[in-house]
Design a protein around this ligand. Structure first.
Ligand code: NAG
Length: 348
C-alpha cells in the first residue's frame, strides 16, 4: 500500500512538474493537440473490431477511420501490436490491401510511430527526380533534438542508408549544409535567462557575415540559426533590425539566393512561430495545385498531438476561413471524415 501511495504521489509530482515547464513551451508537449487519449481504451477490442471492419464486405472504412482517428499514437501502437499477435498478420499490410488513395495514405500514416512517419516523408521528399526541398525543411526545422536523433536512427534502419549521405547526394551547397546542420538536432534549450551580451554578439555576427564580402558567409548564419534557442533568436532578430534597419527576412532576401534563401526564410518563420508556419504551409498548398493533399495529410498527422489547435487559430487568421471548412471544401468521402476527425472542430 505504501509503495502504491508513493507511486501515486510521484506521478502527481511529475504531472505538476510537467505543467510548470509547459507554461514556457506550450507547443512542445501536446497540450495544444486535438487528439487526446481515448478513455476506456482496450487494444484487444479495437484490434478485433478493426479485423472485422477490414474483412467486411466492401471494407467498413467508417469504422477503421473512427477508431484510428480517435486514439493517440501511443494507443495506436498498442493496437498494432495486439492486432499482429491476435491475427498473425501485419496491420499495415492488411490495411494497405484493404484501402486505397488518400484514405490509405492517412490511415497508414496514423499507424506508424512519429519517427517512422517522418522518415517516410523525408525519404519521399528525396525520391525520384527533383527534391521537395520545402518538405525537408518543414520536418527538420520543426522537430526537437530528441525527435531528430530518433529520425536519424530510424532512417538508417528502414532505408539501409545514412540520412546524411542521402541529403548530400540529393542537395548541394549551402542548402545541403543547412539541412545537415538542422538534422543534427543540436539546438540549445531555452534556459529562461536572457543573455543580452550574446544577443548583441549574435546580431553583430549575422550582420558582419553578410557585410564583409560579396558572397555571404552562410556558415555563420547557419550556425547561429540552428544552434540557439528560438526564444533567444527572436531577440537576436529584433536586435538585428535595430542595427540594420532591415528585418532579418529582408536581409535574407537581399543577400542569399536559391534553395538556401528559401530554406533560411522558412527556418526564420519557424523560429518566430511554428504553428503560424504550418498554417501558412497549408494555406498556400490548398490554394495552389498538386502537393496540397500530401502537405495537408502530413501536417494533420504529425501535429494532431502537438499544436494543431494553434495551427487552426493561425490558419483562420491567415486564410480567412477555418481549417475545418477548408478540408470540407477540398476533400471527399472517408478521406474527408478522417481529416475532419483529426482537425476535430470548426473555428467560428
Ligand atoms: C472520441 O472518444 C471520446 C472518448 O474518449 C468520445 O467522447 C468522443 O466523442 C470521440 N470523438 C469522436 C470524434 O468520435
Amino acid at each position: 500500500y505504501l509503495c502504491f501511495r508513493f507511486v501515486k504521489e510521484m506521478a502527481l509530482i511529475c504531472e505538476i512538474l510537467s505543467k510548470i515547464s509547459l507554461v514556457d513551451r506550450p507547443t512542445a508537449w501536446g497540450t495544444l493537440g486535438t487528439i487526446r487519449p481515448f478513455l476506456n481504451f482496450e487494444p484487444e477490442t479495437d484490434a478485433i473490431t478493426l479485423a472485422e471492419a477490414i474483412k467486411a464486405k466492401g471494407v467498413d472504412e467508417n469504422t477503421i477511420v473512427s477508431i484510428l482517428t480517435n486514439r493517440t499514437n501511443t494507443q495506436r501502437q498498442q493496437i498494432v501490436k495486439v492486432f499482429n499477435t491476435l491475427t498473425q498478420e501485419n496491420l499495415a499490410t492488411v490495411l494497405q490491401k484493404a484501402l486505397s488513395g488518400n484514405l490509405e495514405k492517412v490511415i497508414l500514416g496514423l499507424i506508424k510511430t512519429p519517427a517512422q512517419y517522418d522518415v517516410q516523408e523525408l525519404k519521399a521528399a528525396m525520391a525520384g527526380f527533383g527534391t521537395d526541398e520545402e518538405t525537408l525543411v518543414e520536418i527538420l526545422a520543426t522537430r526537437n533534438g530528441r525527435q531528430l536523433q530518433e529520425i536519424t536512427s530510424i532512417y538508417k534502419q528502414e532505408c539501409m542508408s545514412e540520412f546524411e549521405d542521402d541529403i548530400k547526394s540529393d542537395t548541394g551547397g549551402d542548402f545541403c549544409e543547412l539541412l545537415l546542420t538542422l538534422a543534427k538536432g543540436r539546438r540549445e534549450i531555452d534556459t529562461g535567462t536572457i543573455d543580452y551580451e550574446l544577443i548583441s554578439t549574435d546580431a553583430r555576427a549575422l550582420r558582419e557575415a553578410i557585410m564583409k564580402s560579396k558572397s555571404p558567409d552562410s556558415k555563420t548564419w547557419i550556425h547561429i540559426l540552428t544552434a540557439r534557442s528560438h526564444k533567444h533568436l527572436k531577440r537576436v532578430f529584433q536586435k538585428y533590425e535595430e542595427f540594420n534597419s532591415l528585418t532579418i527576412e529582408e536581409s535574407i532576401n537581399k543577400r542569399f539566393k536559391g534553395d538556401v534563401q528559401k530554406g533560411l526564410l522558412s527556418l526564420v518563420q519557424c523560429i518566430w512561430d511554428i504553428p503560424e508556419y504550418f498554417a501558412n504551409r497549408i494555406c498556400k498548398g490548398t490554394k495552389g495545385i498538386g502537393a496540397s493533399d500530401k502537405t495537408l495529410i502530413r501536417i494533420l498527422i504529425s501535429r494532431c498531438e502537438t499544436d494543431l489547435l494553434s495551427i487552426r487559430t493561425e490558419f483562420k487568421k491567415k486564410c480567412g476561413k477555418s481549417l475545418y471548412s477548408c478540408i470540407q471544401s477540398n476533400t471527399k468521402g472517408d478521406y474527408q471524415s478522417a481529416l475532419l476527425a483529426l482537425c476535430q472542430g470548426e473555428d467560428l
